[in-house]
Structure formats: structure tokens, C-alpha cells
Design a protein around this ligand. Structure first.
Ligand code: COA
Length: 191
């Protein structure tokens, strides 16, 4: 995991534009018009959020190569002290548990180094691969937000999952790797 750089834009553009079928069903869209694929502008926007203490825009590297992104957004300090995670990985690197490892590292970083209290992940009920990530790591199911985010051209329901610092005092990565993840309940839909 490392912060994205403006010079990563070309590589990210190749991954994002080269994997449209894989990413499109889960990608946030603009409710008022077409989506922009100006990745350099997007990276600059993410780095501005980082500079303003509102986000942490990471890339995921595997064996020295960028394979995906993990973005921490909606960072709030003070009496809320919470953040929202979003992620994707290129299909030829899927299934190696790279993303849950990156998510666990990021949650531990946010809760123990940055000092946030809560981390949230929102997932479409149809996204079985992403649901496996929160299931593997044992985030808590908080409920359904109806028509919450504009994804792939329409307002889509999302399940909300979260974890707070006191639930994982010795780290969420440790808990997973030591097979101490509690089983979790959420309404399952057929994908
Ligand atoms: C969701 C996603 C990040 C999972 O990342 P990952 O690094 O593959 O995570 P894992 O290796 O733990 O695999 C999770 C599940 O994906 C599924 N999976 C594994 N390999 C796969 C492949 N090659 N193709 C499709 N799905 C696969 C399996 O159900 C797996 O669960 P399992 O380990 O119990 O078999 C990835 O599928 C992705 O980027 N999808 C498109 C974008 C997206 O959905 N982002 C999340 C929005 S909330």
C-alpha cells in the first residue's frame, strides 16, 4: 500500500479502461451526465483531499506492480472520527486475498496510527466478491441504505458494514490471521 502519485495515472488508466466489464457494475457514476475518465484529474482530486485531511488515496501494489486502488474517503475527525473505504483490484490479480489484506492493513492504520474510531464499507447486496471481504475480516453489518449511491447508471441499495477500534484492540489483520474472526450475519441475496 502506498499513496497514489500523479505519475501513476497512465498505469491506472490502462487498468481502469482495460477492465470495463469487471469494474462497471460496481463503479460510482455521475447522476447528472457521463462519467469522466480523466484519471490524472481524478488522482489530483484525491491528492487534494489527502492534503486537506479528508482522505487517503492508496494504490495497491503486488510484486512491485500497481494492481488496484484502495481509497479512504469521507474522513471526519473529532466526535465522529470515521472514514469510508472503497477498493478494486484488476481481475488477473483477483482471488489472491490481496484486497482483504490491503483493507485490513488500512483499517489498522486508520484505527491505530491516524486515531480514527470507526471505519465503514458500503457494498451492493449483489456484490458477492466484495461481501466476502467484509465477511473474511468480520466487519459488523449495520443495515441497508436504500438507493444510496449512484452506481452503473442508477441509484443502488447498499449494505453498510463497519468496525470500531474497541472491536479489534490487537488489530483486524492479526484477528483474521489468527482465525479469531467472529461469524457475521447479513441478509444474503442471490448474485
Ligand atoms: C471485490 C474485489 C475487490 C475482491 O478482491 P480480491 O483481492 O479478489 O479478494 P479475495 O481474494 O479475498 O476474493 C474475494 C472473493 O472474490 C471471488 N473471486 C475470487 N477470484 C475471483 C475471480 N478470479 N473472479 C471473480 N471473482 C473471484 C471469490 O468469491 C472470493 O471469495 P473466496 O475467497 O471465499 O473464494 C474484486 O473482486 C474487485 O475488484 N471487484 C470489482 C470492483 C469491486 O467490486 N469493488 C468493490 C466495490 S464495494
Amino acid at each position: 500500500m502506498r499513496l497514489v502519485r500523479v505519475r501513476d495515472a497512465k498505469k491506472l488508466e490502462r487498468l481502469i479502461l482495460g477492465n470495463r466489464e469487471w469494474l462497471r457494475p460496481w463503479e460510482a457514476t455521475n447522476p447528472h451526465g457521463p462519467n469522466s475518465f480523466d484519471i490524472k484529474a481524478q488522482v489530483r482530486g484525491l491528492l487534494k483531499q489527502f492534503k486537506d485531511d479528508q482522505g487517503y488515496p492508496f494504490v495497491i501494489e503486488y510484486r512491485g506492480e500497481i494492481v488496484g486502488q484502495l481509497n479512504v474517503a469521507n474522513v471526519l475527525f473529532g466526535s465522529v472520527s470515521s472514514a469510508l473505504l472503497g477498493y478494486w483490484i484488476a481481475p488477473n490479480f483477483a482471488g489472491k486475498e490481496i484486497t482483504p489484506t490491503a483493507v485490513a492493513l488500512t483499517i489498522d492504520y486508520l484505527l491505530n496510527i491516524v486515531g480514527l474510531h470507526r471505519v465503514e464499507i458500503d457494498i451492493r447486496p449483489e456484490n458477492s466478491a466484495s461481501l466476502r471481504i467484509v465477511e473474511k475480516l468480520g466487519l459488523r453489518y449495520e443495515g441497508l441504505k436504500e438507493r444510496y449511491i449512484h452506481i452503473n447508471g442508477d441509484w443502488r441499495d447498499h449494505y453498510i458494514f463497519a468496525i470500531t477500534q474497541e472491536e479489534v484492540p490487537s488489530g483486524i489483520l492479526n484477528r483474521w490471521k489468527q482465525n479469531r474472526v467472529p461469524s457475521m450475519q447479513f441478509p444474503r441475496k442471490n448474485s
